[in-house]
Design a protein around this ligand. Structure first.
Ligand code: HPA
Length: 312
């Protein structure tokens, strides 16, 4: 991809067809590629978060990528350039298994983004993590089935990226401090189980996930976090518990309930992200920006681990 200052990546049409985030007939625009100056921060809004609520001078642009076009809102918060991407589209039209995860992360990286704060609605498997509370996710269990989950599709060799720290520990800690300064309850860690969706889970699945160490369940965290790490971005997930999961909750689950709880808690999510943006420390206190240097590339012709090669 590009360098950390957002120099352009090469967009080749490739084999990929656009999906999700259609541009509705408007022409694609090149984004303002950043050259020097502070990097951008991106907010990915999940269910119930379709506008960060605090962007100044916001302007929608359509960013072309090898995976299709992606709609992003560009603006500022004070001196910081911030952009916003609605994961399910602005009208919540794209289901979890149809989201253009690769296009989204590619477009953000191309726009010079260094940090991503992603919001999501989750069910809770953990009695300590209650509806209305925030969790700063630190691990995931991947139970998705049909998604394009990597930028390393084989063209440059077989690539394996380290995932010991899937979420940026520095950004997560920063969000924890921002939450504390606002007197918000934010659990500092939690294991997120990602299901394929779009259906909700059975009680048997939830019991299995709990036994496996899961705290939260949702449908969109993977492969978003995976692709962000492959793109060497700092990625943090702010999960809002909207319900206890199937079989734990005494009632059946509806999407309406999820959206209503999300909406009731929108202000705390906006306040947390706003405070985190305002107080963002300089990048560098983590290893996310060199994740590609920790990957192993297996080149069949050489039969060796090639180390730091780039395949896109
Ligand atoms: N399961 C899956 N996704 C969710 C849930 C849930 O219980 N709540 C909010 N998103």
């Amino acid at each position: 991809m590009d360098d950390q200052n957002g120099a352009p990546v090469k967009d080749s049409p490739g084999e990929h067809s656009p999906d999700g985030h259609s541009r509705g007939g408007r022409p694609a625009q090149e984004v303002t590629v950043k050259e020097g100056g502070p990097a951008r921060l991106a907010i990915i809004g999940g269910t119930g978060v379709y506008d960060p609520g605090f962007l100044e001078g916001a302007e929608t642009r359509i960013v072309p990528t090898p995976y299709g076009e992606v709609e992003i809102l560009f603006g500022r918060r004070g001196p910081r350039e911030v952009c916003f991407l609605a994961r399910h589209g602005r009208g919540h039209t794209v289901p979890p298994h149809r989201i253009n995860y690769r296009g989204n992360i590619w477009a953000l990286r191309k726009a010079g983004v260094r940090w991503i704060i992603a919001s999501s609605a989750v069910g809770s498997l953990n009695p300590q993590m209650k509806p209305g509370e925030l969790v700063l996710v630190d691990q995931f269990l991947d139970f998705t089935k049909s998604r394009d989950a990597t930028f390393h599709d084989g063209a440059g060799g077989v690539v394996h990226v380290d995932f010991t720290e899937p979420y940026c520990p520095a950004l997560r800690e920063h969000l924890g401090a921002a939450a504390a300064s606002l007197d918000l309850t934010a659990h500092p860690a939690g294991t997120y189980v990602c299901t394929e969706g779009p259906r909700f889970e059975t009680p048997a699945e939830i019991a299995f996930f709990r036994g496996a160490g899961g705290d939260l369940v949702g449908m969109t965290g993977v492969p978003e976090v995976v692709l962000a790490r492959e793109a060497e971005l700092c990625y943090a997930s702010v999960a809002l518990v909207t319900n206890f999961a199937a079989g734990i909750s005494p009632t059946i689950l509806t999407h309406r309930e999820v959206v209503e709880v999300m909406q009731a808690n929108l202000e705390q999510i906006r306040a947390l992200i706003g405070r985190a943006v305002d107080t963002l420390p300089p990048a560098g206190n983590c290893r996310c920006g060199s994740a590609a240097g920790e990957k192993g590339i297996f080149n069949a012709s050489l039969g060796v681990d090639g180390g730091s090669g780039q395949d896109h």
